[in-house]
Design a protein around this ligand. Structure first.
Ligand code: ADP
Ligand code: ZN
Ligand code: ZN
Length: 731
């Protein structure tokens, strides 16, 4: 009897594909194995999702699989099920979702678990050789000396950048040989856990949280809500100790690894175990290596960003997601999955606990905590001796500003600096100025491909569009009137840094934003300088708001928050509340009291007042009520359908057709098609359609019903479109 398989392939078509299996491959088949198959003119790698003895296709249409790549399922059952669930939830193909879950090297066909690795070592002839013979060949000498200490694996050889020519020369001399070493997996941490640092004595709230978390068996989810500096990381470490002692692994997800080297070091300091760190800066091979270590159980702790969510564990114990409110957990292109939501789902499939930690819970998570679906644990006080922050509003209406700073702010800064402390200024706009203005005719220079102004980067002598990356040298003349009187309009971090250097010549300034941290290692260097007190004034964008501890910062100033208060996005107030709370959390961490000053033209703004008066917790609860009234997420459920095209009419026509397919009754609401907040980007017009439903189930079912019809609309040929479930950003 012929045998067929269904294969999930990483292609946009929302379906799987049938292939026939030749006799010789039949015995090796199982669901979850990778196979290589012909697809059009290419060979693609996909996963078997089903094995059958019949197929709807005609015999001459069906092709044979080329090769079976694995002997056992590449993903553990729970992860495999998670990806299938996610494919359905995010309305994408199983193949697309599965390929999100696999490291690139595996998608290209790499071996999941090599049995052996290549190692270079000295031969007995090499051991006895005279190193002085190599005095005129420094590259050979270096390699020789290092091999004398210990053999090198091929990966080490490559990553430490030894010379290939030197290796060959030493091999030719008969001094060095290659050996294949079988890989052994070290699981000794499961028997004997070494704790390499004495933990803090937990305060009462921490102790309560830890004891509740330690009682959890199987799947459940907890929100650990603790103000910045209240000792959440300390709670994670405590819980981790218990998990590791049971011989189980922990997966820890963080927003951006580059931004939190200190947090990772705390895990490394506490436990003498293998820690796999997974982030976008790794090479494909390094990433595969981390993946293997996690899957084999050798890595006891896995720390990573969004995509590390899919890392398999042999002994799954717990998932911790830190800064759960952070927008970077939502993927913004391709499959737009949310790592927080999938982490909870994974906990469910693995039957292990999940902890979501933050000072400023997202409204989604808060709602789950309030309704009792999640345990709600709170840390209300700052750990150690840290004191509460004082806050104030500076009304800058009609006030003279010096490079965006009012005189009250400048005076306050001087006081804190003269007292020997550090000051942090927050401005969420990088570059020198957010626009280039002609002083004679008032023309603002706009990107030719987007509905957006060019940002001026003086240091680079460039104007640059932050939406499409378009860049030019700063023009000498106005594009409209030819005048040479061009000037930056508005304030960016680069300009602020410059102004502060003049204003406070004796206090060194450091700027932290995407522009100053692009080079590898530069952020670490800057953070190090801040901690050593080399810098007194810190200027930065929201990169500065994430997870850092600056014990000597006693004053935080937010220069311009008016933009954040008036955004078109319904999540804007929530985001602002989080940002404000996170930024102000940087002040006064240790034994020094902190102060936060906020400059605004909107000092009576209701939202602002309520945030400052009640703090984030109550503010967020109020927001939640408003979302309920407005039938917005998380009360209702949303899908955003985006379309972009060279002509706006094409995008509109497509979305209009889609809106006619959508169900219309009391449990649904359709908004649009409307222009996206950034109407034109990189030369394309962007339109969107919002589809909201009262219940998640109906949203799922109704949308599934029409998905096929949408795909078949002739209008799809004239635009690019995508589905964003639970959108986080309406841009
Ligand atoms: P969070 O993760 O909530 O920002 P951390 O766990 O980083 O807080 O703790 C903030 C600071 O307080 C750290 O320097 C940490 O070492 C210290 N700390 C945490 N818990 C305690 C404790 N129980 N006793 C003393 N210091 C503590
Ligand atoms: Zn002009
Ligand atoms: Zn642009």
């Amino acid at each position: 009897m012929p045998v067929y398989v269904e294969v999930a392939l990483p292609v946009p078509l929302r379906r799987n594909f049938s292939y026939r299996v030749a006799e010789k491959h039949v015995s090796a088949l199982a669901v979850g194995l990778r196979v290589k198959v012909p697809f059009g003119r290419q060979q693609l790698i996909g996963l078997i999702t089903a094995i059958t003895d019949q197929c709807d296709l005609a015999e001459n249409q069906i092709k044979n699989i080329t090769q079976v790549l694995d002997t056992q399922a590449i993903l553990p059952d729970a992860l495999y099920k998670l990806t299938l669930w996610a494919a359905r939830y995010y309305f994408t193909s199983q193949g697309q979702m599965l390929s999100q879950a696999l490291p690139v090297a595996l998608r290209k066909g790499a071996d999941t678990a090599p049995q052996e690795i290549t190692q270079y070592c000295l031969t007995s002839q090499g051991q006895a050789a005279q190193v002085s013979m190599l005095n005129r060949a420094p590259a050979q000498k270096k390699l020789f000396d290092d091999l004398k200490d210990h053999p090198l694996t091929h990966d080490e050889f490559v990553s430490l950048e030894y010379s290939k020519a030197a290796l060959k020369a030493l091999e030719d001399k008969g001094w060095v040989e290659r050996k294949a070493r079988t890989i052994t997996i070290d699981l000794s941490w499961r028997q004997q856990l070494d704790i390499t640092e004495t933990p803090h004595k937990l305060n009462k709230q921490q102790a309560v949280a830890v004891s509740i978390l330690n009682q959890q068996q199987g799947f459940n989810c907890s929100l650990l809500e603790g103000v910045t500096g209240s000792g959440k990381t300390e709670v994670y470490l405590s819980v981790l100790e218990a998990i590791l002692k049971q011989g189980k692994q922990a997966l820890i997800l963080v927003p951006e690894i580059g931004l939190t080297p200190q947090t990772i070091n705390r895990f490394k300091r506490r436990f003498a175990v293998n820690i796999a760190v997974i982030h976008s800066g790794l090479t494909d091979n390094q990433r595969l290596d981390a993946w293997r270590q996690a899957r084999s159980g050798q890595a006891a702790i896995i720390i990573g960003t969004r995509s590390a969510l899919f890392t398999p564990m042999l002994f799954p114990g717990i998932i911790i997601l830190d800064e759960e409110h952070d927008a970077s957990f939502k993927q913004q292109e391709g499959v737009r999955y949310h790592a927080r939501d999938l982490a909870v789902m994974r906990g469910h499939y693995e039957d292990i606990p999940v902890i979501l930690g933050t000072a400023t819970p997202s409204l989604e998570t808060l709602q789950n905590a309030i309704s009792g679906r999640y345990h709600h644990l709170t840390l209300g006080e700052r750990a150690g001796a840290a004191q509460k922050v004082k806050q104030g509003i500076i009304d800058i209406t009609n006030q003279p500003l010096k490079n965006g700073m009012s005189s009250s702010l400048i005076n306050e800064m001087r006081m804190h600096l003269d007292a020997g402390n550090q000051v942090l200024l927050f401005l969420n706009r990088r570059g020198f100025a957010p626009a280039l203005l002609c002083h004679e005719c008032g023309h603002l220079h706009e990107c030719d491909r987007c509905d957006a102004f060019f940002t001026v980067h003086q240091g680079l002598n460039e104007i640059c569009c932050h939406h499409c990356g378009n860049q030019y040298a700063i023009p000498k003349q106005c594009h409209q009137c030819g005048s040479t009187m061009l000037m930056g309009h508005g304030l960016g971090t680069e300009q602020l840094e410059q102004a502060l250097t003049t204003l406070f010549p004796t206090y060194p300034v450091v700027r932290i934003d995407r522009d100053t941290t692009r080079r590898k290692g530069s952020l670490e260097k800057q953070l190090h300088g801040i901690h050593k007190g080399e810098y007194k004034i810190l200027v930065g964008t929201q990169m500065l708001a994430k997870g850092h501890h600056f014990p000597d910062v006693t004053l935080v100033g937010l220069l311009d928050v008016d933009g954040a208060l008036f955004s078109a996005d319904f999540r804007a107030p929530e985001r602002f509340g989080q940002l404000y709370t996170q930024v102000s959390g940087r002040a006064g961490r240790a034994d020094k009291p902190g102060k936060v000053l906020l400059q605004t033209h909107q000092s009576d703004n209701v939202l602002l007042r309520s945030l400052l008066r009640q703090g984030y917790g109550d503010f967020a609860r109020e927001q939640l009520k408003e979302r309920q009234l407005a039938q917005l997420p998380p009360a209702w459920h949303m899908i955003l359908i985006r379309a972009e095209a060279h002509s706006a009419a094409d995008a509109d026509a497509f979305l209009t057709k889609v809106s006619q397919l959508l169900p219309q009754d009391k449990a649904f609401e359709i908004i649009g098609p409307i222009p996206a907040p950034l109407d034109r980007k990189a030369g394309k017009y962007r339109r969107q359609l919002m589809f909201q439903a009262k219940t998640r189930q109906r949203l799922q079912l109704e949308f599934e019903k029409i998905l096929n019809l949408i795909e078949q609309l002739p209008e799809t040929k004239k635009c690019r479109w995508s589905i964003d479930r639970d959108p986080q950003d309406l841009m």
